[in-house]
Design a binder for this molecule. Structure first.
Ligand code: GRF
Length: 191
């Protein structure tokens, strides 16, 4: 299974996925890392893992349709079968959704459907929740609304945002590779 990971920033989830694939824990290969923010730290991580990077500036294209067409060409050229969004700060448009229907997944730092959209952790803290979490879901045309694949609950009653984010990240780094593994088995069974 050939995977592409899309990230806009830090890329710690990209690294967790790349590590799991390179060590053989996940039976897949990350063949491409895509970023819409040239200079993002994820580029350094990709270089460390020897994974090809595709960095593009959305502003260099006339429309989302245009840059997604370029992305689909690049993904198909590399035989990518699964797209994992990991902190990719853009809504996926029709071109990618149609080309990769049922093959795009995303990680979100809340127990969806609660706290969709930006700053999910801040939203949940403001709400005073006592159980935080992480969700991996299929991507469709809605914002964080596609069908849920897996979740982890993180009980926390404190108010230290940094500590909470560290717990969330640690949970993400376990859940994302494990979910990819599970999905790959399902894909194999349906072929
Ligand atoms: C993660 O918390 C993920 O849930 C959210 O964006 C963050 C990305 O973190 N979608 P990183 O770039 O993988 O470190």
């Amino acid at each position: 299974m050939k995977i592409a990971v899309f990230a806009s920033g830090n890329g710690s989830n990209f690294e967790a996925i790349a590590k799991a694939c390179q060590s053989g824990t996940v039976d897949a290969e990350v063949v491409l890392c895509v970023t819409d923010r040239p200079g993002a730290y994820v580029e350094e991580r990709a270089a460390r893992f020897g994974i090809p990077m595709l960095s593009f500036r959305p502003k260099d294209y006339a429309s989302k349709r245009e840059f997604e067409t370029m992305l689909v060409e690049e993904l198909r050229r590399r035989d990518v079968q699964l797209i994992c969004l990991a902190g990719y700060m853009r809504i996926i448009g029709d071109v990618l959704l149609e080309a990769y229907e049922g093959r795009i997944i995303n990680i979100h730092p809340s127990l969806l459907p609660a706290f969709q959209g930006a700053d999910a952790v801040g939203q949940a803290m403001d709400y005073g929740v006592k159980v935080y979490g992480v969700t991996i879901h299929f991507v469709d045309a809605t914002l964080d609304g596609g069908k849920i694949i897996s979740q982890t609950a993180i009980p926390y009653e404190g108010s230290d945002r940094e500590a909470l984010e560290a717990m969330i990240h640690a949970a993400e780094h376990v859940l994302y590779p494990a979910t990819i593994s599970k999905l790959i088995k399902q894909f194999h069974n349906t072929i």
